[in-house]
Design a protein around this ligand. Structure first.
Ligand code: UDP
Length: 255
């Protein structure tokens, strides 16, 4: 698989079509498949945080979620083909689950959000099975409490549902910590962190209109809706400057 490194963090040079094909193939294997969908903020974070960096390095597929990584890839001289956003990949996997009758489990969000999201997904994709849902506000590996009673109960609930695909919406990097700590204990084949996507599927938050999506400006739409995010988002120009400065030290390879 062709990979690039941005700030030392490996990203797969996959298109959306390839990302879906690899996941579909993984569903027919026995091996578990962990998908990470970092944006520039998470790559920046992983550049500083060894634990997150190792998780991304070990993941089975790392797709570039965000225009910052596409620009960053041009700076390091190995342009990514396209942006593969987490929510679009999730939507394509839901489509596939519908066509093939696979089951999904949704975990994350405030009380009721995952259930509402599941309800709306089922309305759209009648043939897919919602194996179960769980909120994301419990003590667990994502809050620095691995093996807590609450985490054990959440995993028991998931295991009883025995899903094919598990979408974990605890925000990044919480969801990556949760999946990494528990993947061997959880039933399921594909595990994917999906950030705030359940808030979108539940109807709590609107996704940006197509025009923003096509221009790679979803972050701008989100900023208009949630202006308190400004401090975090202003990290994008800094990220690009950082990539530019570190560019010569990045080792890019194909394997
Ligand atoms: N979330 C959760 N459990 C937590 C923290 C967050 O389920 O302990 C959910 C939250 O409700 C939201 C999603 O994770 O649906 C993303 O949260 P947030 O926007 O705070 O994180 P970000 O995506 O900005 O990192």
């Amino acid at each position: 698989m062709d990979k690039i490194k941005i700030l030392g963090v490996p990203i797969d040079r996959v298109t959306m079509r390839e990302a879906v094909a690899r996941t579909v193939e993984a569903l027919s294997n026995d091996k578990k498949f962990f998908i990470v969908t970092p944006n520039s903020e998470i790559v920046f974070h992983a550049n500083k945080d060894k634990k997150l960096h190792t998780i991304i390095e070990k993941a089975d597929m790392v797709v570039p979620d965000g225009i910052g990584l596409v620009i960053g890839s041009k700076i390091v001289g190995k342009p990514l083909n396209e942006r593969v956003t987490g929510i679009d990949l999730m939507e394509n996997l839901l489509k596939y689950a519908d066509e093939s009758g696979k089951s999904i489990y949704l975990i994350g969000g405030k009380e009721g959000v995952a259930q509402e999201a599941g309800f709306n997904i089922k309305e759209k994709y009648k043939n897919l099975k919602i194996a179960g849902t769980h909120h994301g506000y419990f003590k667990g590996s994502h809050t620095g409490h691995p093996n807590s009673k609450e985490e054990t109960l959440a995993i028991e609930h998931l295991n009883a549902a025995n899903p094919d695909i598990v979408f974990v919406a605890l925000g990044a990097p919480r969801q990556e910590f949760f999946i990494d700590s528990n993947i061997e204990k959880m039933n399921g084949k594909v595990f994917m962190g999906v950030g705030g996507s359940l808030d979108v599927y539940s109807g709590k938050v609107n996704r940006a209109p197509k025009i923003y999506q096509n221009l790679g400006l979803e972050w701008l739409y989100r900023l208009i809706q949630e202006p308190w995010r400004f401090k975090r988002m202003s990290a994008l120009p800094l990220f690009l400057i950082y990539v530019l400065l570190k560019r010569d030290k990045s080792i890019n390879r194909s394997d």
